[in-house]
Design a protein around this ligand. Sequence first.
Ligand SMILES: *Cc1c(COP(=O)(O)O)cnc(C)c1O
Length: 406
Amino acid sequence: MSEKIHYVPIAKPCMGEPEAEAASRAIMSGWVTQGPEVAAFEQEFAAYVGANYACAVSNCTTALHLALLAVGVQPGDEVITVSHSYIATANSIRYCGAIPVFVDIEPQTYNINPLLIADVISDSLRDSSASRTRAILIVHQMGMPCDLKAILDVAHQHNLPVIEDAACAIGSEILWNGEWEKIGKPHGDIACFSFHPRKVITTGDGGMLTTNNPEWDKQFRLWRQHGMSVPDTVRHGAKQVIFESYPMLGYNYRMTDIQAAVGREQLKRLSEITERRRYLAQQYQQMLADVPGLKLPTEPDWAKSNWQSYCVRLPEKCDQRQVMQVMLDAGVATRRGIMCAHREPAYQIEAWLCGSRECQCEKANCDRLCESEQAQDRTILLPLFHQMTQHEQDYVVKVLKMACQV
Ligand SMILES: *Cc1c(COP(=O)(O)O)cnc(C)c1O
């Protein structure tokens, strides 16, 4: 007899003694913010994804902000992105005083539809002068790699930089010139990662920027520490008195050494975590294949997701909230599909565009973003975490099948 299940959470961080010891090591060392642990974490992270440079910051939102600044996004510029993402993606564009231009997603992968990008790049958007588009910010949603080849083709034709919001995509891979490469190499110009507990590995909070451009990497390092000319570590180790200066406006976007020490331990577990998540996703794929009307996520043959989230599209007859409630009543936590920024009150002012003057959209209901809205309204995310047992997964499947019958 297997134990009765009381509750299956949507996610659970995979941490233990090694992380606790690492945090303690940083605390006992006497150096607790951005220092030697951060430097080591950056090196190990860069090696893992195959990037020349990695710069640690306080979270992925601040990483996105710095990435946009580095490629030259200025007030009034337009940045092409998706509405269908965690709100931080679009917010980071607004931090620069720029305007998000939302493009719809593909219903199968929940990622930006590359065929719709060229259409919104033009100068024909609102004025007939030079193009106002400054960058493309794509999202590897729920860990599924975007169609980078197609996106980069369009971007290169228009000479636009590509930033990858890889908040969820640590460990995900893409087939590139015949080889599997990690997301974050980066394939665009800059990739941004998150270590929030809802992601695959965590430092409590935390973020990372990867790039192959040494100038941008230098910029990130200045900006994250108040624009200060001399890092603390250098001043601390110097035999001569150094006076720092502040050549530019900076921010406090530092990661602490306590977080980085934890991150280094998490990185060691990443291969095992990714493997386990892929196994669990495959199990869902098999066990849910026969549910009438239920649409399972598809993985293109050039992509390997880390399955940060496992998202299913409900049968037509099912009500999303009702299915979720029935499952919760049975002790299974779910989440609705990824949100759409354009439907939130924070975006009800003239804070965004959908790229069409003709669109009759009433903000929360945009014709041009209907796949995004459908994805939010018609999908749910199922529990998937490293420690999930066979028994728990069987139970989630059973409860979902029951909820779809109601
Ligand atoms: C979680 C997430 C973010 C924000 O990450 P933080 O580290 O919490 O700032 C940004 N974009 C996407 C797609 C995310 O899922």
